[in-house]
Each structure stands twice: as structure tokens, then as C-alpha cells.
Design a binder for this molecule. Structure first.
Ligand code: NDP
Length: 295
């Protein structure tokens, strides 16, 4: 079994972005600029946004963090998004999900200018992805493709089972793995909570991507010898041995599954850092596209 080291690979890719950004700044360009909107005080969201902002700083990017209260009306949030759309100094916009129940995530995501949609959630980005046209790929599946690519793992010809069909992870992952592209060409089974006999499907898989949101869901008896397992899940569970009283685990029961795998991502330090990597690559790309736009 070998570890797919998301933290290490991410740092290597980020270092490339850092060097490229330093070159751009030396040539007198303004820095790529990512604006993040955080609504409310969900602790996990605060951690995710904080880490994205810190990564921007470490790369030489500019960043703006707009904090809005949990009870902010949808219209106010829309105004904030529109303001960032119109701000020529902003290249990328991300609205940290989930949003409070009274706000429609779809309405907010639709309002983001697709040219600044560095999370790759806008229907224009997702439509272009479906058509294999150049676009911003959703950051998590994009990060997973970068990770596989780094290790020279081609999904071509594999049977990939994706567990979970969210618009931000499972569904785009299934599209990307099945595309006629160097990073695709797998035969994909997209599964969800209504799937019958998930275990039998998983046992046929060369590659499993688990994006369910249930701690240690994928057990050893669901994985065949030699499979590649990508664990997207981030779940906080109680742990009295930790000072914080809790720890993070994935959607995969790592200790029992790992010995059967050829490759596996850990949690933390697997897919999480690669997601940030995907986001930063998209932000740099948005900056480049903004520079080449006619005045
Ligand atoms: P969602 O809650 O949006 O989707 C979960 C999916 O899992 C749904 O499609 C659901 O099916 C499916 N599911 C739930 N239970 C089962 C089951 N018993 N069998 C099969 N399928 C099941 O989650 P997300 O995609 O947003 O996130 C998934 C996990 O990944 C979470 O832990 C999240 O925190 C993490 N995450 C990590 C990121 C990272 O950077 N590492 C980025 C984004 C998310 P149905 O559609 O039928 O309800």
C-alpha cells in the first residue's frame, strides 16, 4: 500500500504557482486576487476559508475575506457577489458553502460571474466541463485529478465507483473520470443513497472515490485487493485522547481498508490540500484570462 500524499503534492504544485506569481509581480503586474465570502460562523467553514486565505498570502496572491452575519438577507449577499463581479481587481470569487437555510445556494452561485467562478460550481462552468470545453473545474475533483496525475496513475480503462452524487464533488468527479481525456477514460459507476448493493459494486472497482459525509463508511469488506481509494470525506468525531476532544476522519475506514489498497489518500492531508491547490490554479487561470481581456 502506498499513500497518495495530498499535502506534499499540493505543496509542490503551490510552489510552482508561487514562483510563477513572483515572476508576474516582478514584471509589474498586479497580484491575482481571490475574494471569499463567509456567511455566519460555522466552525468548519471558518477553518476552510481561513486556510484558503492563508494559502493566497503564501503564494503572493491578494485576498479579500468578506464576513456576513448568519441572518444576512439573500438580497444583501447577492449585492456583495455583484459588487465583486464588477470589481476589476478581483479575479476569483468563492462563496463558502453551506449557506444558511434561508438563502438559496443555487441563486447565489448563479449570480457569480462565470469568468470569476474559481470554485467551478456555476452552471456555465459545469456545462463546459460536461462538453470537455476549457473551464474552471470544481476544485475538489480537479485536485483529485492533479493528485492521480502526479503519481502517474491513469484512470483509463479502470472501473471507477464514485460514492456520492453532490454537484460539487461526486457528480463532477464521475464526469471527469469518464471524459475522453488523458485524466479520464474510466468506466464510471456513480452511486448514491438509493443504490442497491453498493458493496457488490465497490468490490468490482479498480478506483473508488468516497464522497458521502459519513465517518469511516467504506469498510475493508467493500474493497478488493489492489484497489485505489480516494477519501474525500471530512468528518469530525469525538476523541477523548485529543486535547481538542475531537479529530478528523474520512469516509473510509482507513486502518482496515489501507492494507488492501495499492494507493490510498489519508485524512487529513489527502484530498483537502489538493482542493486548495485546484482553487489556486483556477484563481491564477482567472487572473491570466482577465489580463488577456480587451480593455
Ligand atoms: P453531500 O452531503 O452533498 O452528498 C453526499 C452524497 O452521499 C449524496 O449524494 C448521498 O446520496 C450520498 N450518500 C449518503 N449516504 C449514502 C450511502 N449510505 N450510500 C451511498 N451514498 C450515500 O456531500 P458532499 O459531496 O458535499 O461532501 C461529501 C464529503 O466530502 C463530506 O464529508 C464533506 O465534508 C467532504 N468534502 C471534502 C472536501 C475536501 O476538500 N476534502 C470538499 C468538499 C466536501 P443522495 O444523493 O441519494 O442523498
Amino acid at each position: 500500500m502506498q499513500i497518495l500524499d495530498g499535502a506534499g503534492v499540493s505543496e509542490q504544485i503551490l510552489q510552482g504557482i508561487r514562483v510563477e506569481t513572483a515572476g508576474l509581480l516582478q514584471q509589474g503586474n498586479r497580484a491575482p486576487h481571490l475574494a471569499a465570502i463567509l456567511v455566519g460562523d460555522n466552525p468548519a467553514s471558518q477553518v476552510y476559508v481561513g486556510s484558503k486565505v492563508r494559502t493566497c498570502e503564501s503564494l503572493g496572491f491578494s485576498s479579500t475575506l468578506l464576513r456576513l452575519p448568519a441572518d444576512v438577507p439573500e438580497e444583501k449577499l447577492l449585492e456583495a457577489v455583484r459588487g465583486l463581479n464588477e470589481d476589476a481587481r478581483v479575479d476569483g470569487i468563492l462563496v463558502q458553502l453551506p449557506l444558511p437555510k434561508h438563502i438559496s445556494e443555487a441563486v447565489i452561485i448563479h449570480a457569480i460571474d462565470p469568468r470569476k467562478d474559481v470554485d467551478g460550481f456555476h452552471p456555465v462552468s459545469q456545462g463546459k466541463m460536461l462538453l470537455s470545453e476549457p473551464t474552471f473545474l470544481p476544485a475538489t475533483p480537479y485536485g483529485i485529478l492533479l493528485l492521480l496525475q502526479h503519481y502517474g496513475i491513469s484512470p483509463a480503462g479502470m472501473h471507477a465507483v464514485v460514492i456520492g452524487r453532490s454537484h460539487i464533488v461526486g457528480t463532477p468527479m464521475s464526469v471527469l473520470l469518464s471524459r475522453n481525456a488523458a485524466s479520464g477514460n474510466a468506466t464510471v459507476t456513480l452511486t448514491h443513497s438509493r443504490t442497491k448493493d453498493l458493496k457488490a459494486l465497490c468490490l468490482q472497482a479498480d478506483l473508488i472515490v468516497a464522497a458521502i459525509g459519513q465517518p469511516r463508511f467504506l469498510k475493508e469488506d467493500m474493497v478488493r485487493e489492489g484497489a485505489i481509494v480516494i477519501d474525500v470525506g471530512i468528518n469530525r468525531i469525538p476523541d477523548a485522547t485529543r486535547k481538542s476532544g475531537s479529530r478528523l476522519v474520512g469516509d473510509v475506514d482507513f486502518d482496515s481498508v489501507a492494507p488492501k489498497c495499492s494507493w490510498i489518500t489519508p485524512v487529513p492531508k489527502g484530498v483537502g490540500p489538493m482542493t486548495i491547490c485546484g482553487l489556486m490554479k483556477n484563481t491564477l487561470q482567472a487572473w491570466k484570462q482577465a489580463q488577456s481581456k480587451p480593455e
